[in-house]
Design a protein around this ligand. Structure first.
Ligand SMILES: Cc1cc2nc3c(=O)[nH]c(=O)nc-3n(C[C@H](O)[C@H](O)[C@H](O)COP(=O)(O)OP(=O)(O)OC[C@H]3O[C@@H](n4cnc5c(N)ncnc54)[C@H](O)[C@@H]3O)c2cc1C
Length: 379
């Protein structure tokens, strides 16, 4: 009997898993011993980290998108038919079109989404760059900005833990280049008592912000935005005026996760080393959608995907477990328009960001192009 591997979600993690399994299971696919099916929600695949450059006009939108079918190995059966219900007891997924797909192994890769609507006034009063429309609007607002108060407001949980730092440093350089820095004041807010969730990154950030003349306020959990008065208020009782508000909105997991009762907020309880859904032996969870308390980042998703590829391939061919995920994450961090640093860490080694350099910035720009090779499993 053909073993069915079903992947729900055709973003970064789902695509890497699908292509990696094709590479490892070539013989089994040829002999019909295994079949790989993906359920996706859209025809296009977006490179989300590229959104960071949109407000500054530093990337063409065409560079952000590819046809999902062209990114996928052609041995993957791809349906644009979003999952409506995932039944982990019955080993089947029902889609919005009403079709049902059974599986021997399921990979849940439905990612996360921004929810500015969960904070009063945020949709009307704030800009963000975490989706394409938001990034376009922020680009237009920035073009008209002539100086004043900018608040960069970070809410949790959110994906790409370094993007709020990157946008802050890039805003400073952008406004300096336009001769507006002397007329501008940036205040960065963060919900806990330091500037970043990862303590070594917070320690690195504070002197960098001081050097750059960027203000900050910690313990700022957003309560509401008043678009008419142009103020943002925290649960802790602080109110900041702004001329431009750039927010990292709070995130939730996909609707199908909550609808299927698989995890509060859309985050699936996941074992941190096996990446199995808690309580399942044939349901893997990958990328942003896990509830593992590590960075929700593309690199996390990539390293998790590599582990899942090895384990699913090994289970299908030999019926045994291959290896565990060690918590590895690697992220480039833009520290301006012409400099960058990087962080890598895992469950046992904390991050240790080094001094910024232009070369690391170039590496990040190069990776933005190489991503399409990496998604295809060629890098
Ligand atoms: C502005 C920005 C900058 C970033 N910068 C970086 C960076 O520098 N480095 C880094 O490592 N990461 C970065 N990231 C984070 C990175 O993009 C995400 O962590 C990564 O995409 C997560 O992969 P994923 O597969 O879990 O989710 P996604 O890539 O979001 O994919 C989820 C997929 O599931 C689909 N889906 C949802 N619901 C359903 C359903 N019901 N049925 C079928 N399909 C469904 C979605 O349409 C989507 O295609 C950044 C993100 C943003 C927004």
């Amino acid at each position: 009997m053909t073993k069915q591997v079903l992947i729900v979600g055709g973003g970064l993690a789902g695509t890497i898993v699908a292509n990696g399994l094709c590479r490892q299971l070539g013989n089994q696919l040829r002999n019909n011993e295994v079949a790989i099916t993906m359920l996706g929600a859209t025809e296009t695949h977006m490179y989300q980290p590229g959104l960071l450059y949109v407000p500054f006009g530093r990337i063409r939108e065409s560079e952000l998108f590819r046809d999902q079918r062209k990114v996928l190995d052609r041995r993957v059966t791809f349906h644009i038919d979003p999952a409506a219900n995932i039944d982990v007891e019955g080993n089947q997924v029902t889609t919005e079109s009403g079709r049902t797909y059974g599986y021997d192994y399921l990979v849940i890769a439905t990612g996360s989404r921004i929810r500015p609507d969960t904070i009063p006034g945020m949709e009307e009063g704030a800009h963000w760059f975490y989706d394409l429309n938001g990034a376009r609007k922020m680009r237009d607002a920035l073009a008209e900005f002539e100086g004043g108060k900018i608040v960069v407001n970070v809410n949790a949980p959110h994906k790409c833990p370094v993007a709020p730092l990157e946008i802050t440093f890039m805003l400073r350089d952008h406004l300096t280049d336009r001769g507006l820095w002397d007329k501008t004041e940036i205040t960065y807010t963060y919900p806990i008592g330091r500037l970043h969730a990862l303590e070594p990154v917070a320690q690195w950030t504070q002197p960098e912000f001081d050097k750059a003349g960027i203000n900050y306020e910690t313990f700022f959990n957003t309560k509401e935005v008043d678009p008419a008065a142009k103020t943002i208020t925290s649960e802790e009782g602080s109110t900041l005026p702004y001329d431009m508000l750039v927010t990292i909105p709070p995130h939730h997991g996909a609707q199908v996760i909550t609808d299927s009762d698989l995890g509060a907020g859309g985050w699936v309880p996941t074992e941190r080393e096996s990446l199995l859904r808690e309580g399942s032996t044939n349901v893997f969870v990958v990328g942003d959608t896990t509830n593992i308390p590590i960075s929700k980042a593309g690199s996390t998703a990539h390293f998790e995907a590599d582990t899942i590829i090895d384990n699913v391939a090994s289970l299908v061919t030999e019926g045994r477990w291959a290896r565990n995920y060690d918590g590895k994450v690697f992220c480039f961090v833009e520290t301006g328009m012409n400099a960058g640093t990087y962080v890598w860490f895992n469950y046992t080694t904390p991050p240790n960001p080094g001094p910024p350099s232009q070369m690391i910035h170039w590496f990040k720009l190069a990776y933005n192009r190489l991503y399409w090779l990496s998604a295809r499993g060629l890098l």
